[in-house]
Design a protein around this ligand. Structure first.
Ligand code: 13P
Length: 248
């Protein structure tokens, strides 16, 4: 049985004061069977870490550099995230792939490094509108998965989280239909089965992301291969994120 995961990716939003205020609200939410995760900007993490200690809220980072320490100006290491009790780290978000130019190989290094340091990677995959129109969705996702997970043993693979985030659905208000999202989530589970066998593939959580809100989360959660949501805009508002979490 896979535990549902409701993850908020705050992206480059909410400075320290706003972060503290949102977390105070989320702490009031009654825990249920789903896991609640927030991924604030790096500068909010120390305060967030103190605030969520001993609560139902898990902490994650939006990114990391895949080295232990050293001359990497402006970067944050997995060890630093561990020190702040982060449990998760988002790897390969489409905004990092497309705006910062991260390659599949670089994302692979992050996934491996995260696991070495005891962090759970949330590996993001997803196609552009153009790729979808060309019928290349599965090809793109297969490539992203194969490269990012290259040589990963199944004991490690079974702990990771995969997010399917079609790029055309991110921040547009035009979410994928639950049926389309399920079709891709099913394809992802099939690829994981091919790579690791059914037992491992059945343990891996797959999230949908892209314009998830309280009004559509139930449709996604009703799908067999979708185990939660990776939520951007709607995770910035306490009432909306609470409603999403409570509907799961
Ligand atoms: P939105 O929920 O704002 O569409 O963002 C989705 C996303 O990119 C989460 O990582």
């Amino acid at each position: 049985m896979r535990q549902p995961l409701i993850a908020g990716n705050w992206k480059m939003n909410l400075g320290l004061k706003e972060a503290v205020s949102l977390i105070s609200e989320l702490k009031k939410v009654k825990p249920n069977k789903a896991e609640m995760l927030i991924c604030p900007p790096f500068v909010d993490l120390p305060a967030a870490s103190e605030m969520v200690q001993g609560t139902h809220i898990q902490l994650g980072a939006q990114n990391m550099y895949p080295e232990e320490k050293g001359a990497f100006t402006g970067e944050i290491s997995p060890a630093m995230l561990k020190e702040l009790h982060c449990r998760y780290v988002i790897c390969g978000h489409s905004e990092r792939r497309h705006i910062m130019g991260e390659s599949d190989e670089f994302i692979h290094r992050k996934v491996v490094s995260a696991l070495v340091h005891g962090l759970t990677p949330i590996l993001c995959t997803g196609e552009t509108a153009e790729q979808r129109n060309e019928g290349r969705t599965e090809e793109i996702i297969r490539e992203e998965l194969e490269t990012a997970l290259f040589n990963l043993p199944s004991e490690q693979a079974e702990t990771i989280v995969i997010a399917y985030e079609p790029i055309w659905a991110i921040g547009t208000g035009a979410a994928a239909t639950a049926v389309d999202a399920q079709a891709v989530a099913h394809f992802i589970r099939g690829e994981l089965t091919r790579l690791y066998g059914e037992t491992t593939a059945e343990k891996i959580r797959i999230l949908y992301g892209g314009s998830v809100k309280a009004a559509n989360i139930e449709d996604f959660m009703a799908q067999k291969d979708i185990d939660g949501g990776l939520i951007g805009g709607a995770s910035l508002k306490a009432a909306e994120f609470k409603e999403i979490y409570e509907k799961v």
